[in-house]
Design a protein. Structure first.
Lengths: 179, 446
């Protein structure tokens, strides 16, 4: 069971790494084929763009899980560190509300508003298969926001800033190559 | 109605930023509120979520981020720093000049100011101190040069600007007043950014020479070490070829930027695995993961900033701003001055890519109505935002440099002031003389 949760906890990362690897390889194939045989697969460009859209929104959910979405924090400089997480949690309520509205709009659009004939040009499938990533990824993101705030406020964990540069690691690497 | 919507949109946006909401949320929520007030159909959000992100040129962004991450873990970037270091030689201020050049190389690949400062600084700051440079000076020059990378093509901020500007055609009134504008494209921006980037680097080198002379930072007495230079060039050959492949491919028109980045990824994988032998599955997975969250974060802002921008344009808000500016002055130099100081100010507080995405829909239509060329505007905007890395209060480069040299941020920022000053002068030169940015693309026939 714990293995299941470990996979579920990193699900976006697995999905995104796979998508990224596939569309990078597809595009490389396209470049090679074009250069060597001056020929191109019409479906590669379209398919890779759709995979890219999926990659972006799952990636956004993964960034939410890491607490990576940029905030302006200069105004918090003079507040006690303990207070900041409560203010940010309050701000995250707006994020949750936005996501709920957006998921509703996306579902409404996909199932009720989309043109029946709105299909992919080269692949033939209906575009709702691409759009479906929006409600899924934004629901996941909503769960991630709750998860992060639960960790910060209830479990009192310190989230690592993903943008922080680990100077010790870089120093170790620089020293290792010098000798 | 218009003024009321400006008030609601920008008011709620700033308020949300102030309480610490993520930038993307502040954009999305303030736009949603305005949609509700205007009784506009918010279903547009869903379509824009798809169309703003689903474009082929935009795929250059994850491809370049991945290429940069791989070049770092495969050891290509570090070899470039070593090449630059070997050229330090007997000049006055040679070592710090080498640090600037190393930042130029490394920054072009990594596209991140703080990462450049960290990697270059870790090697060069101790090397400078060893040669008798003061700790404050060595940290200041590295922190100042660390921001250069975002200007040098292939630059991620330029890609973001290009994509954002593509969705902003010149308003008809501006075309009527100033004639047709050239279209924006990423290769064109890359070529246009070339000369300005070297102008800024050159201004840093000049300031470095003056200060080094004053402080008496001499080079080594042995003179050039041809053997060392040859040795580093030999070891760094494949790393030096990477920018040649990328930029050569784009400039010759052989590759689109997206394709060039894809080729760079496979080039790095081959060099890193078979020649430098530093690549591993673990490093590859880490690079894929870094690309995931960096791209997801930026492009979520892309989505909300596009709806935000669409709302602005539909309500002709940039036209209102342009009118306000024109009624104040119609002197183009004065307008540039205002724009540059505004960008310097915003760049101090907000992340670069987010700033570009938010400000392009607001400022580019204004620039059009002043008759400013969009390519020229983009280059000046990116160059100016690069300075934000080296100025307090949020200059990330200063924090990194201070972490390496263990000198207080205050001292480094004081020592970095001359460099920020000369950079600003260079930016004014670039802004006042459009030809600096525009002649090279024209020369190449773009």
């Amino acid at each position: 069971m714990s293995k299941f949760w470990k996979i579920a906890d990193n699900i976006e990362s697995y999905i995104c790494r796979t998508l990224l690897a596939i569309f990078v390889c597809l595009l490389f194939l396209q470049v090679v084929v074009r250069t060597l045989f001056s020929f191109s697969f019409s479906w590669i460009e379209e398919l890779s763009v759709y995979m890219f859209v999926w990659f972006v929104f799952f990636g956004a959910s993964y960034a939410a899980k890491m607490g990576a979405h940029n905030r302006v924090t200069f105004q918090f400089k003079f507040l006690p560190p303990g207070a900041i997480k409560y203010i940010e949690a309050f701000a995250d309520l707006f994020w949750l509300a936005f996501n709920v509205v957006f998921v509703y709009l996306a579902i409404d659009f996909i199932f009720n508003k989309m043109n029946k004939f709105q299909s992919s040009q080269t692949l033939g499938f209906h575009l709702s298969w691409v759009y479906i990533v929006l409600p899924i990824a934004f629901t996941l993101m909503t769960i991630r926001i709750l998860q992060v705030n639960y960790k910060k406020i209830v479990l009192k964990e310190d989230m690592r800033d993903p943008d922080a540069i680990d100077l010790d690691a870089i120093k170790a690497e620089t020293d290792a190559t010098k000798n | 109605m218009e003024t009321q919507i400006i008030f609601i949109l920008f008011g709620s946006f700033l308020l949300l930023l102030l309480i610490g909401a993520p930038i993307t949320v502040a954009l999305g929520v303030s736009t949603l509120i305005s949609f509700i007030v205007l009784e506009d159909n918010p279903i547009k959000f869903v379509q824009i979520a798809f169309t703003s992100v689903g474009s082929f040129p935009l795929m250059a962004l994850p491809a370049f981020i991945l290429a940069g991450a791989l070049m770092e873990s495969a050891g290509l970037s570090r070899r470039l720093i070593n090449v630059a270091e070997s050229f330090a030689g007997p000049f006055t201020g040679g070592m710090s000049a080498a640090a600037v050049v190393a930042c130029l190389f490394f920054g072009a690949i990594s596209g991140s100011g703080p990462a450049t400062t960290a990697a270059v600084g870790m090697l060069m700051i101790p090397a400078m101190i060893e040669r008798g440079y003061s700790k404050g000076y060595s940290s200041a020059i590295t922190a100042s040069a660390g921001g250069l990378g975002i200007v040098i093509p292939p630059s991620i901020p330029l890609i973001i600007f290009g994509i954002a500007a593509l969705g902003m055609p010149p308003p008809p009134a501006a075309v009527e007043a100033h004639g047709t504008f050239q279209t924006v494209s990423i290769p064109k921006l890359f070529i246009a950014g070339f000369v300005p980037a070297f102008l800024i680097a050159g201004s840093l080198l000049v300031m470095n020479y003056i200060l080094a002379k004053k402080n008496n930072y001499k080079g080594t007495s042995e003179g050039w070490s041809a053997r060392l230079i040859w040795c580093e060039l030999y070891r760094g050959f494949w790393a030096l070829m990477a920018p040649v492949v990328i930029l050569g491919g784009i400039y010759s028109g052989f590759f689109t930027p997206t394709e060039a980045a894809i080729v760079a990824i496979f080039y790095t994988l081959v060099v890193g695995t078979f020649i430098y032998r530093e690549m591993s599955w673990e490093k590859l997975f880490t690079a894929l993961e870094t690309t995931t969250w960096l791209t997801g974060r930026v492009l979520l802002i892309m989505f909300t900033a596009t709806v935000f921008g669409r709302l602005l344009v539909e309500n002709e808000i940039p036209a209102v701003i342009a009118q306000g500016m024109l009624s104040f002055t119609d002197n183009i130099y004065l307008i540039w001055t205002l724009v540059i100081f505004f960008l310097l100010f915003v760049g101090m507080f907000m992340e670069t890519l987010a700033t570009i995405l938010i400000l392009v829909p607001v400022m580019l239509p204004v620039a059009y109505s002043m008759g400013i060329d969009p390519i020229h505007f983009g280059v000046v905007m990116i160059c100016t935002l690069g300075i934000g890395f080296q100025t307090p209060p949020l200059g990330e480069n200063l924090f990194i440099a201070s972490g390496i040299s263990k000198i207080s941020i205050e001292e480094i920022s004081l020592k970095a002031l001359p460099f920020a000053f000369i950079n600003t002068v260079a930016i004014f030169v670039i802004a006042f003389f459009p030809e600096i940015s525009l002649w090279l693309p024209r020369f190449f026939g773009y």
